[in-house]
Design a binder for this molecule. Sequence first.
Ligand code: NI
Length: 177
Amino acid sequence: MAIRDILQYPDPRLRTPAKRVDVIDERIKALISDMFETMYDAPGIGLAATQIDVHEQVVVMDISDNADQPQVLINPEIIDRDDACDIAEEGCLSIVGYADNVERPIAVTVRGLNAEGEAFEQRFEGLHARCIQHELDHLAGRLFIDHLSALKRNRLRRRFEKAARQRGEPPLKTGAV
Ligand code: NI
């Protein structure tokens, strides 16, 4: 097990869409184990492989208070969304130091594979549903700030680009937010 580096916005690699996992082999199991270690260390309640620069459809989550309910989603797809939405504050381990309100459906039904490669279909509600939607956005190369207004996104991009320059990272070639 190892703690991996988490990519930080505005790193353009966060915009890479993840590919489906074909075989759940030792490599994927090691990835899952590293993802849990990285998420619990942060600490966070969810992590997508995209965030550690692995562009495969793997998500780990644990929204329990005691960090004792780990959950793995491989090749997850949202197959149904409630019409009803709510608004709640979100943050992201890849956008440290910023949180904002995001509107999302209050419940979703997800189909995918668990850590053993068994198919599941499950309805999630509340924080669980919100976390899953946030992590599935990552797998598609989206970030929670994409749900904000263009004005807010532009302001944030400038702020985080400046911070990246101050850390000595090269300027971005893309206009990705
Ligand atoms: Ni995130």
